[in-house]
Design a protein around this ligand. Structure first.
Ligand SMILES: [Zn+2]
Length: 410
């Protein structure tokens, strides 16, 4: 089944936004209560609580005098909060995410409806709230599965509409171009498609807004806690963060769209982004470029087209290897932008050479695995599963020991 989602801005009336705030408050309260309950149960018994066990707590809470107001909240919203908490724990135990955290009033608020929602003319119909005005610019055929409503710290409302398009994911047929992408910091990415190399500059959004952000944050810090002027200052800071995130997302969408339109297979390195962010000198720059999100964008756009994302092993020596004769340098410092191969004498641009090697390795993997296995692997990556070649086979171009030190290909 192919799910597709669309996020639209919604414009609730003041009455509706009051109701939504109430529902979000209930969802947040239940999240925090359930999380606390999980923590306590774990301390006492050494075991966690299942989704079913958590949901069984809800009727008792609704009957109790103190928490009877939970009855006012649409019950599906609370149950989907339970589901999301269970998922958060699962992601934590499978080492994909941090331990679930408590939610606060300040910050992004959300609630999720899993049933009885409807897209109508000029709006979205939500149980208990009614039709909320929305600007829906496109729709998908299929069944509306969930509606997630979020409220940003700048008090804008959005609805994410998830559709089950009821299409089978198309069989991958590969006939077109294969592109290798090297993700860098100096340039955002370098692509090589067999004939052409293209470089895309890194926009460095955070850096651009840094001064403004620092000034407004300093202002916020001086405000008295609980005052109205503090609220206003907080909103100004939130607005800058929002702008940075929007422009970055826009850039990533446009670039991934262009690459997907031009190619059938996209090969990237499986980057250990978390590990690299630990390098303090590079942490901010790496968080700013948004590689992880970029790869996700590429992946889902390719999937929609019936094309393929191939991820190669992160230990693959893409920067160190000569793409011409496969000679492998023992070392390749980060600041060495150009080099000459000692074996065949070819002059290399560091990142261009890396993108060529990534492409070659992707093609080799596809020919070994076949497209079907590669597609299955891409799907398992999407599910958050561990993507590792069975039997621990490492990607190398030739038989040589694979270095286990940190990748120099940053
Ligand atoms: Zn060479």
């Amino acid at each position: 089944m192919l799910y597709r989602a669309i996020k639209v801005r919604i414009y609730p009336s003041s009455e509706q936004s009051q109701k939504l705030t109430q529902v979000m408050g209930c969802a947040r309260w239940w999240w925090n209560y359930a999380l606390n309950l999980c923590n306590e149960t774990y301390q006492q018994t050494g075991k966690g609580l299942s989704q079913v066990a958590l949901n069984q707590v809800l009727p008792k809470l609704k009957k109790s005098e103190e928490t009877g107001w939970l009855k006012e909240c649409y019950s599906q919203v609370l149950q989907s909060t339970t589901l999301n908490l269970t998922k958060a724990f699962k992601n934590f135990f499978e080492k994909r995410a941090k331990y679930p955290r408590f939610k606060f009033y300040h910050g992004k608020q959300c609630c999720q409806y899993t049933q009885n929602c409807q897209v109508v003319e000029n709006g979205v119909k939500i149980p208990q709230v009614g039709v909320i005005k929305a600007s829906i610019h496109r729709l998908f055929d299929g069944q509306l599965k969930t509606v997630t409503i979020t409220k940003t710290p700048t008090r804008k409302y959005y609805a994410s509409l998830l559709f089950d398009t009821e299409q089978e994911t198309s069989e991958v047929v590969l006939t077109g171009k294969v592109v290798g992408i090297y993700l860098g910091l100096k340039d955002f990415c370098i692509t090589h498609d067999g004939s052409k190399t293209a470089k895309y500059a890194n926009p460095k959004y955070h850096q651009k807004h840094q001064k403004n952000l620092a000034r407004k944050q300093a202002k916020l810090a001086r405000k008295k806690k609980g005052s109205i002027s503090r609220q206003k200052a907080r909103k100004l800071v939130a607005r800058i963060h929002e702008r940075i995130s929007n422009t970055r997302q826009d850039f990533l969408h446009k670039l991934s769209r262009k690459i997907v339109n031009d190619n059938q297979v996209v090969v990237v390195e499986n980057l250990n982004i978390k590990g690299m962010v630990c390098n303090h000198k590079l942490a901010k720059a790496i968080s700013d470029v948004g590689w992880g999100r970029f790869v996700n964008f590429l992946d889902y756009k390719l999937q929609q087209k019936g094309c393929l994302l191939v991820e190669i092993d992160r230990w693959f020596p893409s920067s160190k290897t000569c793409c011409n004769c496969l000679y492998q340098m023992s070392e390749m410092p980060l600041d060495m932008r150009e080099w000459n191969c000692p074996s065949c004498g070819t002059h290399h641009d560091r990142d261009e050479n890396a993108s060529k090697n990534i492409r070659t390795e992707g093609i080799r993997q596809l020919s070994v695995l076949g497209t079907r296995t590669a597609a299955v692997r891409a799907a398992s990556r999407r599910e958050g599963g561990e993507v590792r070649p069975k039997g621990g086979r490492k990607s190398v171009l030739r038989h040589s020991p694979v270095s286990k030190d940190a990748p120099t290909s940053v």
